[in-house]
Design a binder for this molecule. Structure first.
Ligand SMILES: *[C@@H]1O[C@H](CO)[C@@H](O)[C@H](O)[C@H]1NC(C)=O
Ligand SMILES: *[C@@H]1O[C@H](CO)[C@@H](O)[C@H](O)[C@H]1NC(C)=O
Ligand SMILES: *[C@@H]1O[C@H](CO)[C@@H](O)[C@H](O)[C@H]1NC(C)=O
Ligand SMILES: *[C@@H]1O[C@H](CO)[C@@H](O)[C@H](O)[C@H]1NC(C)=O
Ligand SMILES: *[C@@H]1O[C@H](CO)[C@@H](O)[C@H](O)[C@H]1NC(C)=O
Ligand SMILES: *[C@@H]1O[C@H](CO)[C@@H](O)[C@H](O)[C@H]1NC(C)=O
Ligand SMILES: *[C@@H]1O[C@H](CO)[C@@H](O)[C@H](O)[C@H]1NC(C)=O
Length: 492
């Protein structure tokens, strides 16, 4: 008996264990987290500190919506595969040196919605593979000029919704961040911009430099720069045109949307040389195009890159799908120009000996020769066709022997064997106060000519009803009138 009971108990325990095993997390998963393959999610758990043990296989660690106030030294060093770290919506005020020790595989770091006040030089220095850095909605008022140094793989950095009054633009001036295509400093407290420093930023950075919604003081130089960026089709300006504001005389209450209200800059002088691309080229669709990066450098010690109007980064030997080819001498070749190849191409030349760089812009316009000819021809043909049809219809109406609406016919019978057109006519009330002959001819005009005029300005019914009160019943048949008419090429 007792052995049987023991067996039962053991069996139950085993079952329970199995059941638990089915529902609990995999081995090594912290109790406050959920583990799914390589994702470790510890979201919304009121965590004050990192879980003591983190499974080494995680590539994504989500710690958002907790109350972390600091990150311990080497807290992520046991995660050699960690690529994505989400720390949004925490209470982080600072990041201690060593917080990211041995986390150099990290590519995506989200620190948005925290309480960071400065970005120090040491914060991200280990993260050499970092591609995306999210710092929006903190209280950052200062970014150390070296904070992004060494992060040569950065693609996107978001600083918006902070308290920045300035930004170390010069730290990204050199081509040290060749892949950086988004730098968002919108919605901060920038009152002035170091225009000259911003202007000489590499084109790949300028393409995605978001500066809108800052309390910038209205200045000609500022406006000219944004205007130029707009002409170049930079998404930062194009997508947030309305958010580009400046303060008149720096007065906080005098904010102007300067792309909409350009009069504020009516007295700015625009030097001819400054803002237009230096070179422009035209080609027809399908033609090859070859253009060089005309800089003052000796080619021997110079490397070149191109940025296309689609913000594609081109280096020799060209782009992935081989539509663009690039030579070491800086020349860019478009194999077969297409309409979408139009736009401003920016070349950056870097001279290694002089440690100097130069940018050149080439405005490429691809034209469709064939389309222009064709549309002209089509237009002519259509016009001719219309005229011929009109003449034919008039001839049919007035010259063919009358079968349906003979003038002398006293009562046009509904059972008339007529064509499609007549079936519409017969729906008009035959008897009027006027003579039947007169009526018939009026009707003829109404259906074939009046509606043609009136359909074009979309007021068919009203006009019919006003001019010919009795014909108002045509209303019910307007659709068929239109459909019959639309068989004739007159109606566009
Ligand atoms: C970093 O990793 C190396 C070896 O991969 C190890 O020797 C070192 O102790 C680690 N550092 C930290 C802070 O964990
Ligand atoms: C490029 O050239 C086209 C056609 O000549 C012109 O319409 C366009 O405004 C030019 N773009 C710039 C940025 O100057
Ligand atoms: C531009 O100059 C004219 C003439 O000097 C002046 O009346 C006008 O107020 C100026 N406009 C602005 C926006 O400063
Ligand atoms: C570059 O310079 C050459 C020679 O001076 C000239 O033919 C060419 O039009 C210039 N521009 C481009 C875009 O190649
Ligand atoms: C080549 O790549 C560009 C962008 O990288 C794309 O817009 C274009 O459609 C591609 N062309 C072909 C033929 O795949
Ligand atoms: C660059 O090299 C290509 C291919 O060798 C050549 O077609 C092109 O003319 C060269 N460009 C210049 C500016 O020398
Ligand atoms: C690039 O050129 C600008 C001005 O032309 C200069 O201020 C900057 O230092 C240059 N960068 C490098 C790496 O030479």
């Amino acid at each position: 008996m007792s052995s049987l009971a023991r067996l039962l108990v053991v069996g139950l325990l085993l079952m329970q264990k199995e059941v638990e095993g089915d529902f609990s997390n995999p081995h090594g998963c912290p109790s406050s987290c959920i583990c799914a393959s390589d994702i470790l999610s510890c979201v919304n758990n009121k965590l004050h500190q990192l879980p003591a043990v983190l499974p080494h296989w995680a590539t994504t660690l989500d710690l958002s919506h907790n109350v972390l106030a600091q990150l311990g030294n080497g807290g992520f060093s046991g995660l050699p595969r960690l690529q994505t770290l989400r720390l949004a919506h925490n209470q982080l005020q600072q990041i201690s040196e060593g917080a990211f020790w041995n986390a150099s595989s990290l590519r995506h770091l989200d620190l948005s919605f925290n309480k960071l006040e400065v970005v120090e030089q040491h914060y991200f220095q280990e993260l050499v593979n970092l591609e995306v850095l999210l710092l929006f909605k903190n209280s950052i008022s200062r970014v150390d000029s070296q904070a992004l140094a060494g992060l040569g793989n950065l693609h996107k950095v978001y600083f918006s919704l902070n308290l920045l009054t300035n930004f170390p633009f010069f730290s990204i001036q050199q081509p040290s961040h060749p892949l950086l295509n988004t730098l968002d400093i919108s919605s901060n407290r920038l009152r002035t911009l170091p225009i000259e420093k911003v202007k000489v930023l590499p084109a790949n950075v300028k393409n995605g430099l978001y500066l809108h919604n800052n309390p910038l003081t209205c200045e000609c130089s500022l406006y000219k720069m944004f205007l130029h960026w707009e002409k170049l089709g930079f998404g930062s300006v194009h997508d947030f045109r309305e958010e580009h504001t400046c303060l008149v005389y720096g007065e906080p209450r005098a904010q102007v949307r300067f792309f909409r209200h350009v009069r504020i800059f009516e007295n700015c002088t625009f030097g001819p040389q400054t803002e237009a691309p230096e070179d422009s080229l035209k080609a027809f669709v399908g033609e090859p195009l070859l253009f060089s990066c005309n800089t003052s450098f000796n080619r021997a010690h110079t490397t070149y890159v191109w940025i296309t109007p689609h913000q594609e980064f081109i280096a020799p030997p060209g782009n992935a799908n081989k539509t663009l080819r690039m030579y070491n001498n800086g020349s860019l070749e478009i194999k077969e120009a297409q309409m979408e190849d139009s736009g401003v191409y920016v070349c950056i030349a870097l001279n290694h000996r002089l440690l100097l760089n130069e940018t050149r812009e080439v405005n490429v316009t691809v034209l469709t020769r064939r389309y222009e000819e064709e549309s002209f021809n089509t237009g002519l043909t259509t016009l001719f066709g219309c005229l011929v049809t009109l003449v034919l219809i008039l001839m049919y109406l007035f010259l063919t022997p009358c079968r349906c609406w003979c003038r002398k016919q006293p009562n046009p019978s509904p059972a008339n064997e007529c064509s499609a057109q007549s079936s519409i006519l017969t729906t008009t009330p035959p008897a009027t106060t006027e003579g039947p002959g007169r009526k018939a001819s009026t009707t003829k005009h109404v259906v074939f000519l009046e509606p043609i005029k009136e359909v074009q300005n979309g007021r068919l019914r009203v006009v019919l009803g006003r001019d010919h009160p009795k014909i108002q019943q045509l209303k019910s048949d307007t659709d068929s009138i239109t459909s019959v008419l639309s068989d004739a090429p007159i109606v566009p």
